[in-house]
Design a binder for this molecule. Structure first.
Ligand SMILES: NC(=O)c1ccc[n+]([C@@H]2O[C@H](COP(=O)([O-])OP(=O)(O)OC[C@H]3O[C@@H](n4cnc5c(N)ncnc54)[C@H](OP(=O)(O)O)[C@@H]3O)[C@@H](O)[C@H]2O)c1
Length: 260
């Protein structure tokens, strides 16, 4: 055993890997896409808004990374199918699937109508299931795969009208365990990253209230709210060979919020 310049590279490098990151054009997904790309993966980002997709790809390619984008609405089965078909045209079948696209609509429970329920489940739960079913078996056949879902503390506790959102995230963690059970024997690990409160566009309403922001920061152990870039290291770890024996897990990246 020697000190070896290639040690970290062998553990964590994503050279030669292909990744698909839904929601990769904003917030946590964008930070994860950037981290995977900088670690060597060819990354396809999927979201709806063309301008933010273009900007993301321009930033990544400008930094010397390999990146492409697919504009698709993951809120319908047809949209998910079209996104998957178009994504593989860029760099082939993905070795790494990150399900980060998500929405949080917050009507009071008694006013939560069919539309909010269906839309939430479609984007937050059905799309990750459909993409997993589309790509998981191929990963298993090739003997390597990484599926990473982004859930929420609301998978574990009620918080600010969790409503349909919390239910979708709880189910997503169950999906990760079912996928892990199915495909881990074939080299495909399936895990979730669990954010606390992260300052992103998703939270624009909450994060524009300084008193709320401060109160939430005080509930962490680290003493601040999350930033999208806090997810970079955990995402690279879960996407890399280093995490081969970590599967079916929910890993909290929340500054200690959940244990305080
Ligand atoms: N921020 C937090 O505090 C927090 C806490 C817990 C969990 N999370 C989870 O972390 C993930 C990322 O959230 P974020 O805070 O980074 O939010 P964000 O900045 O709002 O990003 C959401 C991403 O999802 C995409 N998206 C939304 N609906 C879509 C659809 N129907 N089809 C395709 N793409 C869609 C968005 O792009 P388009 O709008 O252009 O489609 C965007 O790229 C979500 O799953 C969220 O639930 C966030």
């Amino acid at each position: 055993m020697n000190r070896n310049d290639n040690y970290l590279r062998d553990l964590f490098s994503l050279d030669g890997r292909t990744a698909l990151v839904t929601g990769g054009s904003s917030g946590i997904g964008r930070a994860v896409a950037e981290a995977l790309a900088r670690a060597g993966a060819s990354v396809v980002v999927v979201a709806r808004t063309e301008s933010s997709l273009d900007e993301t790809v321009a930033d990544l390619t400008g930094a010397g990374c390999r990146a492409a984008r697919v504009s698709a609405d993951l809120g319908s089965r047809a949209g998910v199918r079209a996104a998957a078909d178009e994504a593989v045209e860029h760099f082939g079948e993905p070795d790494i699937l990150v399900n980060c696209a998500g929405i949080n609509l917050r009507p009071p429970m008694g006013e939560l109508d069919d539309d909010v329920w269906d839309t939430t489940m479609s984007v937050n739960l059905d799309a990750p299931f459909l993409l997993g079913r589309r790509f998981g078996p191929g990963m298993a056949e090739r003997g390597f795969g990484r599926i990473i879902h982004i859930t929420s503390q609301q998978a574990h506790r009620a918080f600010v009208q969790s409503g349909a959102y919390g239910v979708s995230k709880g189910a997503l963690e169950s999906l990760a365990r079912s996928q892990a059970e199915a495909w881990s024997p074939y080299g495909v690990t399936c895990n979730t990253l669990v954010p606390g409160f992260v300052m992103t566009p998703l939270n624009a309403r909450l994060s524009s209230d300084p008193a709320r922001v401060e109160a939430l920061a005080a509930r962490t152990m680290v003493g601040r709210n999350g930033l999208a870039e806090d997810f970079a290291g955990a995402a690279v770890f879960l996407a890399s060979g280093a995490s081969a024996y970590v599967t079916g897990q929910s890993i909290f990246v929340d500054g200690g919020f959940s244990v305080h």
